[in-house]
Design a protein around this ligand. Structure first.
Ligand SMILES: Nc1nc2c(ncn2[C@@H]2O[C@H](COP(=O)(O)OP(=O)(O)OP(=O)(O)O)[C@@H](O)[C@H]2O)c(=O)[nH]1
Length: 247
């Protein structure tokens, strides 16, 4: 081949290489573009999925919070006497165990009072059940405000209340009983009816009288019952002055 012929063949080859390189660059650019588009789509999908999970999480959290709140309301209702708002009979045994443990630990006494309103049935019979309810609510509020916030007042049914009072000495028991009796006897007006509540009050003392919750409540109940019977032999039942009795 001549020198000219060879040069023109080289030029042709160089053009072919340049063209192939340009095509290669275009292809690479196209591949990159496709990859980054796929990446953007995947990132957008991931963002959407993330937002969906966050919403699901928030809904689940809200459900847990409201289920918890409902549970707390149900627990409180199961422990509360709905008429008076006091703790109910079911809670009494728990509280008694707890208060006895505290008394044991701090070396003080726990007084278990059993109160029963005198002549309550007549209020119901003569003035109606609604006035009877008002009287029970009034008695509950009086007892609650007469003892300390750390003491426990329960309505265990009908016109019966149990009050747990922490005290330094056994002798304090009569003072607290007097205080409750006087507070209940304060004249009040219920639905326009002037009244003064009389209650029979018996008590037992932990640890002096025993260390079983059942025995202590039973002793206080018996003490209350004895004084109620003794008083009703002396006087016809009338809801005026409170009576009390040491166990
Ligand atoms: N208004 C009202 N009455 C109730 C409730 N629970 C029980 N009672 C009534 O309370 C009365 C309690 O009766 P008792 O304690 O035997 O009667 P009482 O007249 O107080 O007799 P003594 O305790 O011997 O003085 C009954 O008539 C029950 O029907 C209540 O939630 N509301």
């Amino acid at each position: 081949m001549t020198r000219d012929g060879e040069q023109s063949r080289l030029l042709a080859l160089e053009r072919q290489i340049a063209a192939a390189e340009a095509t290669l660059l275009e292809l690479q650019a196209a591949i990159l573009e496709a990859r980054s588009e796929r990446g953007l789509v995947a990132a957008a999908d991931a963002r959407l999925e993330n937002e969906r999970l966050q919403v699901e999480n928030q809904l689940a959290t809200r459900e847990v919070v409201s289920a918890n709140a409902a549970l707390q309301v149900a627990v409180k209702a199961s422990q509360t006497d709905s008429l008076t708002g006091l703790k109910n009979r079911e809670v009494l045994w728990d509280r008694l165990g707890h208060d006895m443990a505290l008394a044991r630990r701090h070396g003080h006494r726990l007084i278990i009072y059993f109160l029963d309103i005198d002549g309550f049935k007549r209020v119901n019979d003569q003035l109606g059940h609604a006035v009877g309810d008002l009287l029970l609510q009034h008695a509950a509020a009086v007892l609650q405000t007469t003892v300390r916030g750390s003491d426990t007042v329960c309505r265990i049914g009908g016109d019966e209340f149990v009050v747990l009072v922490a005290a330094a000495r056994r002798e304090d028991a009569t003072q607290v009983a007097d205080k409750m009796a006087r507070a209940l006897a304060e004249p009040c007006l219920l639905a326009g009816h002037p009244m003064s509540i009389s209650a029979s009050i018996g008590y037992s003392v932990f640890p002096d009288d025993g260390d079983s919750p059942g025995v202590l409540v039973h002793m206080a109940d018996e003490a209350m019952y004895r004084i109620k019977r003794a008083a009703s032999r002396l006087h016809p039942p009338q809801p005026l002055l409170s009576r009390q009795q040491i166990s």
